[in-house]
Design a protein around this ligand. Structure first.
Ligand code: ZN
Length: 242
């Protein structure tokens, strides 16, 4: 099965549409949370994601905050502003969808979660030490995460105690070997200094993982953010991929 793996769309519809037209055919869609927050199209992104085949999705920290499940004061000033704006925009239908999302899903013997298997909503998997600890918190061979907006993977070889962090090569097929934690990067707000939208294709039969980057109209989403009165810092950072 060919699975489209998306994370951290953050209300950026132009980026999502470009990813969908670049992805080719796929039989299932796995979404690792943060559909909303930062970007100007929260409802449109939710509707688009819901229209995709065999869609499984987990809850992100921005999704939870947009629902009022997390206090927005735990976010920095600009993120808080964007979240309050998002709370006002969400339709009852969008809210019901976000409310239905679980924190963790096991699909096709692969664990899906937003932050980490240990703390699904909040923990950032950015270093080997934290990743090593997290291998104890899921039972499957593979775990997919988002949240850091960085396309990376962590590999724990059999009999080894320490996980290694690796950077996938853009467009290259990575052969999966148990056990791994994989992050497809962010569709709507990449933070690895590459402003192109990031996503992954997982082939569950061949056991391969391919991270792809795709250009989209950053100017279009920036203009919509300006019109919506969203924070200037969020508008600017899209251009530099940070
Ligand atoms: Zn995010």
């Amino acid at each position: 099965m060919r699975v489209l793996v998306l994370s951290d769309i953050h209300g950026n519809l132009p980026a999502l549409e470009e990813v969908l037209s670049n992805a080719g055919s796929f039989e299932a869609t796995w979404c690792l949370g943060d559909l909303v927050g930062y970007g100007p199209n929260p409802n449109e992104c939710i509707d688009r994601i819901r229209s995709l085949p065999e869609m499984r999705c987990v809850l992100g920290n921005h999704d939870a905050a947009a629902l009022g499940l997390i206090d927005v004061d735990t976010f920095n000033t600009d993120a808080r502003k964007a979240l309050l704006w998002t709370q006002n925009q969400l339709t009852p239908k969008s809210k019901r969808f976000l409310e239905s999302l679980p924190e963790t899903v096991v699909s096709d013997a692969i664990t899906l979660t937003h932050g980490s298997p240990r703390h699904p909503i909040w923990e950032y998997l950015i270093d080997e030490r934290t990743a090593t600890q997290n291998f104890e918190f899921f039972q499957t061979e593979y775990c997919l995460v988002g949240h850091t907006h960085l396309p990376v993977y962590f590999y724990l070889a059999e009999g080894k105690r320490q996980a290694n962090v690796m950077l996938p090569k853009n467009g290259a097929n990575l052969s999966l070997k148990p056990r791994m934690i994989l992050n497809p990067g962010s569709v709507g707000q990449p933070r690895d200094r590459d402003p192109r939208a990031s996503y992954a294709i997982l082939d569950t039969k061949d056991r391969t993982w391919t991270v792809r980057r795709v250009e989209y109209s950053i100017g279009e989403v920036q203009e919509q953010m300006r019109l919506a009165g969203l924070p200037q810092r969020h508008i600017d950072r899209l251009e530099v991929g940070w």
